[in-house]
Design a protein around this ligand. Structure first.
Ligand code: M6P
Ligand code: ZN
Length: 186
């Protein structure tokens, strides 16, 4: 059933929402097969198994016609030189999505199966994900990178697509700027 008009308050210190729906926490152990350096990933998993990112959701349900929102916080760090990132997904029901940078520095990596695109993200930047583009977020800074996402409630999340096709590029720490390297170069 549709829900009533409502407001949600963003908690800047934690990235939480009030009222809140489910909060999801992804640890290193949840990110198998994502980072190019498997040995470095295993070492992090078998060690502290840190939380890499958290996703707080508003109470708006993932249902047709609704516009659910979530706030993702990616903690800073690298695995074998590759920046911390989300799993990334494709919408099985191809529809657009909006990201809005809240704090920290990061980027939005998009891939349509042929051409990768990189959108640098910072507070106040709106990143637009057109229908048909897989998307992954990356923290390229030294503090938590946090953004708001708004997406159609029946878009869905296909994680298998990214494991099969990759994301075109990997995002590595460089001397000054993040380095975009071909996905399958290692
Ligand atoms: C954003 C939105 C969510 C997504 C989350 C984490 O908040 O796009 O739909 O779940 O990022 O990304 P992923 O699902 O790829 O781990
Ligand atoms: Zn999405």
């Amino acid at each position: 059933a549709p829900i009533d008009p409502m407001s949600v308050t963003f908690q800047p210190a934690t990235g939480g929402m009030n009222p809140s729906g489910p909060v999801l926490s992804r640890r290193m152990s949840d990110l198998e097969g994502l980072f190019a350096d498997t040995a470095a990933w295993q070492e992090a998993r078998d060690g502290a198994d840190p939380v890499v990112y958290e996703v707080a959701s508003s109470p708006v349900p993932e249902a047709p016609g609704e516009l659910p929102q979530s706030i993702t916080t990616i903690h800073p760090g690298t695995v074998g030189g590759e920046f911390h990132m989300t799993k990334g997904h494709q919408h099985p029901n191809p529809q657009g999505e909006i990201y809005f940078g809240l704090s920290g520095t990061g980027g939005l990596l998009l891939f349509d199966g042929t051409t990768p695109k990189w959108i640098p993200m910072a507070p106040g930047v709106i990143g637009y994900i057109p229908p048909g583009w897989a998307h992954r977020s990356v923290n390229t800074g030294d503090e938590p990178y946090r953004f708001l996402a708004v997406y159609p409630g029946d878009a869905g999340h296909d994680y298998g697509w990214v494991l099969e096709h990759g994301m075109g590029w990997r995002v590595r720490r460089g001397a000054a700027e993040p380095q975009l390297v071909p996905f399958r170069s290692e």
